[in-house]
Write a protein that binds this ligand. Structure first.
Ligand code: FES
Length: 108
């Protein structure tokens, strides 16, 4: 099980800690199921860059980045070394703590 602290890049919502998340879910799925707004224009299919997030802590608990994800990340707004696509950030078997920043959702 995982605990993930979500925060908003531009304070659209107060930081929130989601607890007890099972492996196998993506960060995008967790955010959406927790009513945290995150664009997902292609339906979580790794075919856009709208679910771009920053994984500030705990990236080691996620499946590795694919060439396809990398290509779409290059088209994201303000990518940096913490950037991932939320729908491709799938939690591995195990347990841990992650910190995720959701970028400004107005820019898309
Ligand atoms: S929702 Fe389109 S790549 Fe994640």
């Amino acid at each position: 099980m995982y605990n993930i602290r979500f925060q908003s890049q531009n304070n659209e919502f107060e930081p929130v800690l989601i607890k007890g998340i099972p492996a196998g879910l993506s960060i995008a799925e967790v955010a959406i199921e927790s009513d945290l707004y995150l664009h997902h224009n292609c339906g979580l299919m790794c075919a856009c860059s709208s679910c771009h997030i920053y994984v500030n802590k705990g990236v080691e608990f996620l499946e590795g980045i694919s060439d396809r994800e990398e290509a779409f990340l290059e088209r994201a707004n303000e990518p940096n070394e913490f950037s991932r696509l939320g729908c491709q950030s799938v939690l591995l078997d195990g347990e841990g703590y992650l910190e995720v920043t959701i970028p400004n959702q107005d820019k898309l």
